[in-house]
Write a protein that binds this ligand. Structure first.
Ligand code: CP
Length: 303
């Protein structure tokens, strides 16, 4: 049995990532495969979620496994002051695998060090969201028939957007040209940009969206992460920085697809939803197939 945790997308090599994407294709063909008989997965969400938690739970159930856990830490002994270490040590006794979302950066790494079973990071604060990254890669490959030599445009909150951090780092494996569109205050952090620089890949920074649109193979929209701002006035100032609509896409490549990890607030106009270039709801569906593939891969199960 493979037992490697997935905390940061860097924990897995390019070959490992590509293998998981190949397995995900099999789950997309047939999502219901009885591979987890007797397996219990602890799904621990200390922060709100729709897609990540439900797609993990759907994935586990479609594979015949069972879920324990919570979607709200207020219903657990955390409310009585229990430490993260004690919570993880306890779930470690009951489950075979832990999926955890937590608001504190580094908490998933800490949990993986405390637990003897593998831990999957389902988002730790503004740091990383590696399973979103896998489903984003799967979706990009599905729409462009390749992951290589693409023009990737990231738009919105590049500072606090953990999905952007994981995906930017992963795309450095694939000769990407990066177009980074954000308000000045919400630029991609230097630590993430360093991965692009180290890979000698081109990147361009913009504060306006329109310049990058005609160049893009993928436009990856993100929400301004209100919950990460210490100053609500600062959020108010930047919250409506970008709104993508049909008109703005007039000069885009016909093959270009718009992705978004969701939830959206108002950064994609609903007039785009029935455009052939809108791919964000299919992207969310892919999350279930990719999470099935990841669990099978981590547990060393033959698909
Ligand atoms: N993409 C994503 O993480 O969505 P949720 O917050 O709904 O899980």
């Amino acid at each position: 049995m493979k037992r490697k945790s997935l905390v940061s997308i860097n924990d897995y090599s390019k070959d490992e990532i590509l293998e998981i994407l190949e397995i995900a294709k099999k789950f997309e063909e047939q999502p219901n495969r009885n591979l987890l008989d007797g397996v219990v997965v602890g799904v621990l969400f200390f922060e709100p979620s729709t897609r990540t938690r439900l797609s993990f739970e759907a994935a586990i159930q479609r594979m015949g496994g069972r879920v324990i856990g919570f979607s709200e830490a207020g219903s657990t002994s955390v409310k009585k002051g229990e430490s993260l270490k004690d919570t993880i040590q306890t779930v470690n006794q009951y489950a075979d695998l832990i999926v955890m979302r937590h608001p504190v950066e580094g908490s998933a790494r800490y949990a993986s060090e405390v637990a003897s079973i593998p831990v999957i990071n389902a988002g730790d604060g503004a740091n990383q969201h590696p399973t979103q990254c896998l489903l984003d890669l799967y979706t990009i490959q599905q729409t462009q028939n390749t992951l290589d030599d693409l023009n990737m445009t990231f738009v919105g909150d590049l500072k606090y957007g953990r999905t952007v951090h994981s995906l930017s780092i992963a795309m450095t494996m694939f000769k990407t040209t990066f177009h980074l569109v954000s308000p000045f205050e919400l630029k991609l952090p230097s630590a993430v940009k360093m991965h692009i620089k180290d890979a000698n890949l081109p990147y361009h920074q913009y504060t306006k969206l329109d310049e990058a649109i005609p160049l893009s193979d993928i436009i990856y929209m993100t929400r301004i992460q209100s919950e990460r701002f210490s100053d609500p006035m600062e959020y108010e100032r930047v919250k409506n920085s970008y709104v993508l609509n049909r008109e703005l896409l007039q000069n885009s490549k016909p093959s270009m697809k718009v992705l978004h990890p969701l939830p959206r607030v108002n950064e994609i106009s609903t007039d785009l939803d029935d455009s052939p270039q809108a791919y964000y709801f299919k992207q969310a569906q892919n999350g279930m197939f990719v999470r099935e593939a990841l669990i099978a891969y981590m547990l060393g199960l033959k698909v």
